[in-house]
Design a binder for this molecule. Structure first.
Ligand SMILES: Cc1cc2nc3c(=O)[nH]c(=O)nc-3n(C[C@H](O)[C@H](O)[C@H](O)COP(=O)(O)O)c2cc1C
Length: 444
């Protein structure tokens, strides 16, 4: 018996594709010229570019001024047609398209097109593949699989390969889970992206300039027909929904003050430790590590909040506030601080601060350490947010430092930075109104 083998046959054409062309007819003409008769079980790989041309996906490239980078027009189009920006760096824009594809410039093509024109991906590549599959069946009487492919880069790997955008009449995935390897060990995660592999094989016999939009792959084992959509990882399972600098930017912007937590879900210590170690990467004066995070256990928490409330009541009474107002304000604070699954009391210690004979420089030195504390607490909250946790930074301890130091038995060099309530958000936070950089960035 012959060992398994494949044939990969290029079908060149000199045809210039345009809107409304009969793709099946052009494919069969190219096969004819190549002397190939399509057979049952053959799979034709069709470059998405010709599908887009035939379907009229040409759009005007936004005009670029002479000084502008000509790539900007393509980027602008990709942005307009994106459902999400995955990575936006000066050297590359990666977007998610309405189909769910993730590609540089959203797959917007500007090569070998009329001046000022660009080409979007086919609107529904699975429908395009199904349509061609049916037309080919009508005209040849054979069951011919169709894969519509395009060239995409891959994260983690250099170079590009062709991948399947649309699939009809042939397998998309081969699920090998539940099988065994040669030694009989169970295969747990093996799902072969067959249609991508076929698309990549087809690309071996064409070059971008060769006018080879059609390639026949012959000899594939039959499998359950699939679709291109089968190969798109659902967004909820996508751990890399943003990449590169964009991931960091998103991570910072995603932090919101969370004031209501799921009461039944504790904060795992390992996540808290990660956030604390991230906090401790903040810039700090004199190469110190001045931050301390006291996790308040139940009894300590109650005792601290009791003495702080007493202090606060005295302040508010002195301000002339009514007993009702005082009760209401303390109750609002308690609603967060007494119920949060975890309560942290952050401090900076001034051990490494330089000493000066005058208050001006002594105060500036303390301020430096406090600023470093603020930076650390921002880091802490950003990293908590990255893992789905939420936090509220509450000023309380800043207003009664000696009371806090006494309650927690800390020496006078410990400067409280407020309290951080931590937990799993009870509800998703509202999207943020972005501030305008023009209001905040001032040139002098
Ligand atoms: C030093 C400091 C003290 C804060 N104190 C309180 C507070 O006592 N109570 C409170 O509800 N929020 C407090 N916040 C949170 C702010 O109200 C919050 O950051 C602001 O409303 C913006 O919302 P965002 O964090 O979701 O962007 C404090 C923030 C900082 C930086």
């Amino acid at each position: 018996m012959m060992a398994p083998h494949l044939e990969v046959l290029a079908l060149p054409t000199t045809h210039r594709f345009q809107r409304g062309d009969d793709l099946a007819a052009e494919l069969l003409r190219a096969a004819d010229i190549a002397g190939i008769t399509l057979l049952d079980g053959d799979v034709v790989c069709v470059a998405s570019k010709v599908v887009s041309l035939v379907e009229g996906q040409q759009v005007a490239l936004p005009p670029a001024s002479d000084t502008e980078d000509p790539r900007q027009g393509r980027r602008q189009l990709a942005r307009e047609h994106a459902t999400a920006i995955v990575a936006d760096a000066p050297w590359v824009l990666v977007t998610r398209t309405h189909h769910g594809f993730v590609a540089a410039n959203g797959g917007v093509d500007a090569s070998n097109l009329a001046e000022g024109e660009a080409l979007l991906l086919p609107d529904d590549p699975d429908a395009s593949a199904a349509h061609l599959h049916e037309r080919l069946a009508e005209r040849t009487g054979a069951r011919i699989g169709v894969i519509i492919s395009d060239t995409f880069g891959r994260p983690w790997r250099m170079g590009q390969t062709d991948v399947a955008l649309g699939v009809a009449g042939t397998a998309a995935m081969r699920d090998e889970r539940g099988g065994t390897d040669l030694d009989g060990r169970p295969l747990e995660v093996t799902e072969a992206a067959i249609a991508d592999e076929v698309a990549a094989a087809a690309d071996l016999v064409r070059t971008k300039s060769s006018g080879t939009p059609f390639v026949v792959v012959r000899g594939l084992p039959s499998g359950d027909p699939g679709t291109g959509a089968d190969l798109i990882r659902p967004l909820a399972e996508d751990l890399f929904a943003t990449g590169g600098p964009t991931a960091v930017d998103h991570g910072v912007r995603a932090r919101r003050t969370i004031r209501r937590f799921d009461p039944d879900r504790p904060v795992p210590t390992d996540l808290l430790e990660r956030a604390v170690t991230a906090a401790a990467t903040a810039p700090a004066p004199h190469h110190t590590q001045p931050w301390r995070f006291v996790r308040l256990r139940d009894r300590t928490r109650t005792r601290l909040l009791d003495v702080m409330a007493e202090r606060w009541r005295a302040d508010l009474r002195r301000d002339g506030e009514s007993p009702e107002t005082i009760d209401r304000r303390i109750a609002a604070s308690d609603a967060i601080l007494r119920t949060a699954p975890t309560l942290l009391a952050p401090f900076v210690v001034l051990d490494g601060a330089h000493s000066y004979p005058d208050p001006r420089r002594t105060d500036a030195e303390r301020d430096m350490f406090l600023l470093s504390g603020g930076a650390a607490l921002a880091n802490l909250q950003v990293v908590l947010t990255a893992y789905g946790l939420g936090a509220a930074w509450i000023s309380s301890t800043l207003f009664c430092a000696p009371t806090v130091r006494e309650a927690l038995d800390l020496d006078a060099s410990w400067q409280p930075l407020g309290l951080i309530a931590v937990g799993w958000p009870a509800v998703a936070p509202e999207p943020r109104d972005e501030p305008f950089a023009t209001d905040l960035l001032i040139d002098r």
